[in-house]
Ligand binder design. Sequence first.
Ligand code: FAD
Length: 452
Amino acid sequence: MDVAIIGAGIAGIAAAYYLSRSTGIGSITLIDRGQPMAFTSAQSGENYRNWWPHPTMTAFTDLSIDLMEELARESDDRFSMTRRGYALATRRGDIDDLMHALTVGYSDSERDLIRVHDQPGSRCYRRPLSADWRAAPEGVDVLQDPALIGESFPGFAGDIRTVIHIRRAGDVDSQQLGQLMLERAREKNMVRLTGEVISVEADPQGFSIEVSAADGKQTVQADVLVNAAGPFVGRVGKMIGYDLPVKNVRQQKVAFDDRAKTILRDMPFSIDLDPLTLDWNREEAALLLADPRTAWLAQPMPGAIHCKAEGGERGTWVKLGWAFTSEPSAPGWTPELDDTFPEVVLRGAARLHPALKSYYGRFPRPMSHYGGYYTMTEENWPIIGRAGPDGSYVVGALSGFGTMAACAAGYLLAQSITGGLLPSYAASLGLDRLAIPQLMKTLRAAAHTSVL
Ligand SMILES: Cc1cc2nc3c(=O)[nH]c(=O)nc-3n(C[C@H](O)[C@H](O)[C@H](O)COP(=O)(O)OP(=O)(O)OC[C@H]3O[C@@H](n4cnc5c(N)ncnc54)[C@H](O)[C@@H]3O)c2cc1C
C-alpha cells in the first residue's frame, strides 16, 4: 500500500516515521509546500507534560512521552529532552477544583501520584535540581507550605499560596526530534516532495493528488492519503471531500536575552494560573481605556501566562507566552503579530516574576516576537484517524500540544492504517467521539482548563 502525507510539520513527520516502521507499507510520499518543520512546528514552545483534566489525554501524552524517551535513548539524547516539570502557581489556598481536575486526570494510574505538602518541614518534596529526564520523579507535588514554596521557587512573588508541580514535564528540541524521525523514515521508504497540493481526486482505486511544484505540476498516486496540513487541515479536508470541526486561533510568544538575569536558570516552566488586570500606572490605564481598540488591555484578563528559562542553565534567554485569546482567525502563511504583545505579556508575567518589572517600558534586546496558530476543536482534543472516503485519514487539531503529542499521534495513526493494535481510548481521539454526546458535553465543559 502506497501512502501520501500532506504536511511535513511534526505531525506529518511522526506519521511518516511510524508508518516507515510498519509492515505492509510500500512507499511514503511526504508532501509540503515548504521545508519540513518550517510552519507551525517552528513556532512551538517545545514544552511537554502529562497533565490534563481527563485521563484519556493523560494516557495519550504519556504514550507520546514514552515514545520520545525511546527515541532519546536510541539517539543518545539527540533532541535534548529535559524534565524540570511544570510549576503552576496560584494565589489561592482553596484549590478543590484544581485537586479535582488532578485526581480525574490521573485517575487511570494504579499508583497514587498526587503528593500534598502543606505542613511546615515537609521533607519528601524533591526539588528539580537536575534537568535530566531520567532523574525526575513521577506524579505531582502540591506545595502549600509557604516556606517550602519560598525555598523551592525563590523568584516567585510572595503572594503565591499554592504551587502545583507536574513532574513528568519539560522540554525538547523539537527541530532535532523532527529531523531524527525524518532521517530514519528516509532510510526506509519515505521520499519528500516539495510543492503545494492544489487538488485531490478520490476514486475506488485510490487518490490522485495534484501538486504544484517549482518545476511544474505533478500528480502523486496513493492508496492511502493522510491530511497533516496543520492550520490548513480544514482546507485540505474540503479538497478531499470532508469537513472538519476545527478553528485556528492565533498565538504569540516573545523571547529575549535576559541580560539583567531576572529569571533563575533552573526554574521549571512556570504558568501563572490566576486571572489578572495588567499592571499599568494610572495615566497608562486611562490612555488605554480612552481608546476602544486598546481598552481591553486595561480590563480583567484570563490567566495562564507562561515563563521559561530557554535553554536552561546553558542559556541566557527567556521565553514568555500567553494564550489569552480564543477568537478564531483565518490562517495565513505569515501569521499576523500584534505590536503590543511583548509589553503586554511582560507585564502579565511580571506578576509571578516581579524581577521582570525592571524591563517595563524598555523591552530587552535582542528579542524575537513570533507566532502561529493553535488549530483546535472546540473541546481541544486532537483528530487522529479516518475521515472522508475509504483510505483517507487525518492527523490534526493538535492545538498547543502538537509537539508533545506528535509521537503518539503518528504512532496511533500508523496503527489505524495498518490494522495494528490500538489502545481502547484511540477511537475517542478521532471523529467518532462526536457521536458520543455525554463525552462531548464533559469535554466542552473542561476545555478551558486544557488551553495551555
Ligand atoms: C506559539 C505556539 C507555541 C506552541 N507551543 C507548544 C508547546 O510548548 N508544546 C507543544 O506540544 N506544542 C506547542 N505548540 C503547538 C505545536 O507547535 C503544533 O500543535 C504543531 O506544531 C502542529 O504541527 P502540525 O504538523 O499539525 O502543523 P504544521 O507544523 O503547521 O505543519 C503543517 C504543514 O502542512 C503544510 N501544508 C499545509 N497545506 C498544504 C498544502 N495544500 N500543500 C502542501 N503543504 C501544505 C504546511 O506548509 C506545513 O508545513 C505551539 C504552537 C504555537 C503556535
